[in-house]
Write a protein that binds this ligand. Structure first.
Ligand code: ZN
Length: 202
């Protein structure tokens, strides 16, 4: 499966001039939710991710996603792995389990995201799970922005990566885009377009 093509076909990989949450500019942007728009196509992606996880011999009881971004991917990955699906939600800068979800001591849990940039949300989810006695056996994501090292990927972990080095990260592809400080942005220098904010808040 050509993952980049799947993202392009779903209009999830955008070309243009974008203002990122970090304040930097970029000519490409991943609109991750778009790739989950059609459930049957989404399940092909999580089937591929589940195969990587099974091939690595990872045993898993439950998939846990940080809301909101990871919920759809986590649910589909749980279906692909034929395990339980739960999610954690934001609370006071961290994450917590709500809605009657519970976990058992020693329960083997995969933290699942749609996209891992620095892995900050995934790490918060992992901490919430570990505080309840769960064991985080892996991280999983459809896309890896290239700051963290994924299993079978070429890139090395950058200092921005928040994920622990001793827990594997499974992802279908690395998407490493050039980012520019606004004053150094070649697209701004061209002067034809203004950077737009394509994220979840617009
Ligand atoms: Zn720019």
């Amino acid at each position: 499966m050509n993952i980049e093509q799947v993202y392009k076909d779903a209009n999830a990989l955008l070309d243009g001039h974008f203002l990122l949450a970090s304040g930097n500019h970029s000519s490409r942007y991943l609109q991750s939710a778009k790739v989950m728009e059609y459930p049957k196509k989404a399940s092909l992606l999580t089937d591929a991710l589940a195969t990587m996880i099974k091939d690595a011999g990872i045993e898993v009881d439950t998939v846990c996603a940080p809301a909101l971004g990871g919920v759809l991917t986590g649910y589909e990955l749980a279906r692909s792995l034929d395990v339980r699906s739960i999610f954690v939600e934001k609370k006071d800068g961290g994450m917590e389990l709500r809605r009657g979800f519970s976990i058992k001591k020693g329960e083997k849990i995969i933290i699942c995201e749609d996209i891992v940039t620095t892995g900050g949300s995934a790490l918060k989810a992992a901490k919430a799970i570990e505080e309840l006695g769960g064991e985080v056996v892996a991280f999983a994501s459809l896309a890896n922005r290239g700051f963290c090292k994924r299993v079978d990927g070429n890139s090395t972990a950058k200092e921005q990566c928040a994920l622990p080095a001793n827990v594997p990260l499974f992802a279908l592809a690395d998407f490493t885009f050039e980012m520019y400080a606004p004053e150094d942005c070649p697209l701004c220098k061209e002067g034809k377009t203004e950077a737009i904010k394509p994220g979840s808040k617009s």
